[in-house]
Design a protein around this ligand. Sequence first.
Ligand SMILES: [Zn+2]
Length: 339
Amino acid sequence: MTRPSPLDTALGYAARGVPVLPLRGKLPLLPAAHQPGDPLYQQCRGQCGKQGHGVHDATLDLDQLRAWWQRWPRANVGLRCGIGFDVIDVDGEQGRHSLQRLLAEHGGGVPIGGPRVRTGSGGWHLYVAPTGLPDQIGVLPSVDYRAADRYVVAPPSRHPSTGQRYQWVPGRELDAPLGEIPAALRERLTLRQPDRQPAPVLTVRPAEPDHPYGRAVLEAETAHIAGARGPGQGRSGERNQVLWEAARNLYNLVAGGVLDEATVAGELERAADACGLLGDEPRQTQRTLASARQVGMAHPRGIPQRPASRVRGHARPNADASHHPPFHPDRDPDRARER
Ligand SMILES: [Zn+2]
C-alpha cells in the first residue's frame, strides 16, 4: 500500500477547509519576514504581503501548497487550529494520566471522541470542536490546548527527534465528527483567560540606579541569555531572540533609572559571550544589542509599585507603555509553540 505524499495530504486537508503551512520539524519552514529591531517584528501577521509569518502563512490556496511542496517535498505539514477545530495536545503517558484524572474527577468518564493523532513522540492530539477560547500551554500537567493562532503538526509529518511519523488513529481520521472539549477542561481554560491580558503595571523611578529589584532582573535576564541554545541545540536562532528580548527589558529599566547603563551593557556582553553568540556572530550580536537598546530606552520602566505603597519625593508613577514580564520574555506569537 502506498502512502499518499505530503503534498497530496496537504491538498486533502486544504480541500476540507483546513489551512495548511509547511514546517521543518515542528517550526514554520518559511523564514520569518521580520527580525528583532524591525518595527513590524511580532506585529505583522502578513499584512506586508510577504511570507514568513508563522501560522499566518497557513493557506487553503492549492496552488500555493503545490508550490511549497514542490520546493520542499519532504516538508512536514502544519494545520492551523481555532478555525475548523481546536486540539488537546496530550504529551505522553504523563499527559494521558493528567487528562484521565481530570475526566475521572469531573468529567463523569464521558469520552472526548473525535479525530485523533498518535504523535511522533508518543503523545496524542485530540481534535475537538473549536471553542473560541485562547490556547494555553500546560492547561494540565503535560497537556496543552491549541486554539486560534496556533497550529499542530499533522500526519504524515515525521517527528524531528524520534523520526516517527504522526499518524491518524484508524477510524479516527479528520473526517470523523469532532470531539467535544470536556466541561472541566473548558472551565480551566475560561478561568485562566484573564492571565493573558495582565493589567498595566504602575512603576516608580527609584532615587538611584542599581536598585535591588533591577539587580535581580539583571541576574535573571543574563542567566537566561547565557543558557540560550544555539543552532543544532534545539530551536535554532533562539539565542538572538532571547538576547534581544532580555536586552530590551533591561534597557527599559535603564531608561527608568533602575539600572546603570554601563553595568547593563557589560553584563549583556558577558552573557552573549557565555552562550557563544558573541563568538559565532559578533556583528549580528552587536546589531541586536544596539536595536534592543534603542527600543528599550524609548520605553522607561521603573520598579513595580506595590498597591499599598505611596509615592514620595522624586519618585513618580510611570505608566508603562512597553512592559514585558522580565522573567518570562514573550515568545514570538508567530512562531507558534510546539513540543
Ligand atoms: Zn509582515
